[in-house]
Design a protein around this ligand. Structure first.
Ligand SMILES: [Zn+2]
Length: 510
């Protein structure tokens, strides 16, 4: 037994992660939120430099094709974290995103479509922001296109060159040399791995292009290294540094961007700003994949477009499905997932309706005010702790489910008397539930949920009913019925609905 324990101890010791590179806890204000840190592989306190302000950079899309639900889940999960920081913790969040509007893929696509690269980029950028809007994702405060900021990118490379961090290879392209750099902190690369060079134009296999010589017929920009265009990694470093400077609180993107993209961004920016740490916190979102398959990607031809998905489920249901899995975890997209999310959504919606019915006296129930307030109090702290613990939204959902279950059982205990003792606690539960769900972008405000989908149908039903009643009133010369019809018409008018009465029919318009 003792030997077993010792073996376990030794194994644990070997399994313990030993970071080669260091992460420095920033100086500033401790938010009391803990965030997973890929450098220390631990949850670390989120310390921000300004007590009220958080700077946030997200890697934006390369606009060469339609976005799919893999992108949707990534941007929804990031949007949920941003809403938590802004609307729950009340930080002033400055969000910045780049748009890669020149790239090999865009050029290839332009040739296929017999369009200019500019038209292709413009078309897919427009579609990208329309998709974000239909997913309820807030637009970044600042959006920077690569082609609008070529001077900034060229100046950035010039600085790296004067820092002795670059070289021109035989292919007339400029590369970043990882050898002079503390490279590999995000994925814990050691010197030995770095020295494994390969044949080719690069000095080290891990070196990456900063400025690429353009081929004949391709779009190009003039630079000290000849006509060409920037590499992908340098765009984010230059644009993010331009807006947010030499130190950024949070930098986010999909898990696939961690290496090499984010690693390269950090290396370039640390060299440029002559600092050891450019980004204080990296947030990486787990992939969405289809059931029984790997990551969803265009090259694997297993994508589902955002619009296709939104024909199956409402935005709120998809967002709830995203909140049900932790941002770091992978997410399996399946019929079962959407059904589960749809059920949870319906349970929340029904509870809010029942709460309103109880408050308005339509539902008779016996509420134990003290018990409900106690459960609600426990829910406040559970939700708060979960949000502080690396934005643990699945735990939040579990807490909400328990609260909903207790409230539901009280609201649906049949009783003939309605003493309405628990009015305030029922209202408090309803407020709390809808408030937390709003953080996830799941809105139950009746005016918003009803506004477009059923409005016309409901108005047609009302109009037809009023028309029939009015005809009876006319036939029977019943002044009371006709007066009621006039009243409804006036009330609708106050709500910007105009009803027109003809001899035997009525119509309505907004
Ligand atoms: Zn980036």
């Amino acid at each position: 037994m003792l030997i077993c324990k010792q073996i376990l101890k030794v194994q644990k010791c070997f399994l313990k992660f030993h970071p080669i590179h260091t992460w420095t806890k920033p100086e500033g204000f401790d938010t009391k939120i803990k965030v997973y840190n890929c450098i220390t592989r631990n949850k670390e306190p989120l310390v921000i430099r300004d007590k009220h302000l958080i700077t946030w950079y997200t890697c934006g899309p390369t606009v060469y094709d339609s976005s799919h639900i893999g992108h949707a889940s990534c941007y929804v999960k990031l949007d949920i974290i941003q809403k938590i920081l802004q609307n729950y913790f009340k930080y002033n969040l400055i969000t910045v995103m780049n748009i890669t509007d020149i790239d090999d893929k865009i050029i290839r696509r332009a040739i296929q479509m017999k369009k200019t690269y500019k038209d292709v980029a413009k078309m897919y950028e427009k579609e990208f922001f329309e998709d974000l809007k239909s997913l309820g994702i807030a637009k970044p405060n600042i959006i920077l296109r690569v082609t609008d900021n070529m001077d900034i990118i060229i100046d950035f490379i010039k600085q790296l060159e004067s820092n002795g961090q670059t070289y021109m290879a035989k292919d007339n392209s400029v590369y970043f040399s990882v050898e002079n750099d503390n490279y590999g902190k995000l994925v814990n690369i050691n010197e030995g791995t770095k020295q494994q060079t390969k044949k080719g134009v690069k000095k080290n296999d891990m070196d990456f292009v900063l400025w690429k010589e353009s081929k004949e017929g391709e779009p190009y920009w003039n630079s000290p290294w000849g006509s060409g265009r920037p590499g992908w990694h340098i765009e984010c470093s230059a644009l993010a540094s331009h807006v947010l400077g030499s130190n950024i609180d949070i930098h986010a993107g999909g898990m696939d961007l961690k290496f090499p993209h984010h690693e390269n961004e950090e290396a370039q920016s640390c060299s440029y700003h002559k600092t050891e740490q450019w980004v204080n916190y990296w947030i990486h979102i787990g992939h969405l994949h289809l059931k029984n398959s790997e990551k969803m990607s265009k090259s694997l031809k297993n994508t589902v477009s955002i619009q296709e998905m939104l024909q199956e489920v409402k935005t709120e249901v998809f967002r709830l499905a995203c909140a049900m899995s932790h941002y770091k975890s992978g997410m399996e997209y399946s019929k079962e997932l959407l059904e589960t999310s749809q059920n949870v959504y319906q349970v929340y919606k029904n509870l809010i309706i029942s709460c309103n019915d109880y408050i308005n006296g339509h539902l008779k129930a016996t509420i134990n005010n003290d018990v409900l307030l106690k459960v609600l109090g426990d829910s406040y702290s559970s939700v708060h702790n979960a949000l502080c613990d690396d934005f643990d939204t699945p735990s939040v959902i579990r807490t909400l489910n328990e609260l909903v279950s207790v409230t539901n059982s009280m609201l649906h205990t049949t009783t003939s008397s309605n003493n309405q003792i628990g009015l305030s606690s029922v209202a408090a539960v309803s407020n709390f539930l809808s408030g937390i769900l709003t953080l996830f972008g799941v809105d139950f405000d009746e005016r918003t949920t009803r506004s477009s989908e059923n409005f016309i149908e409901v108005m047609n039903i009302l109009n037809d009913f009023r028309q029939d009643v009015r005809l009876i009133g006319i036939e029977k010369k019943d002044k009371d019925i006709l007066k009621l019809c006039d009243n409804i018409r006036e009330q609708l008018k106050e709500n910007n609905i105009v009803v027109r009465d003809y001899t035997k029919t009525s119509s309505w318009s907004r």
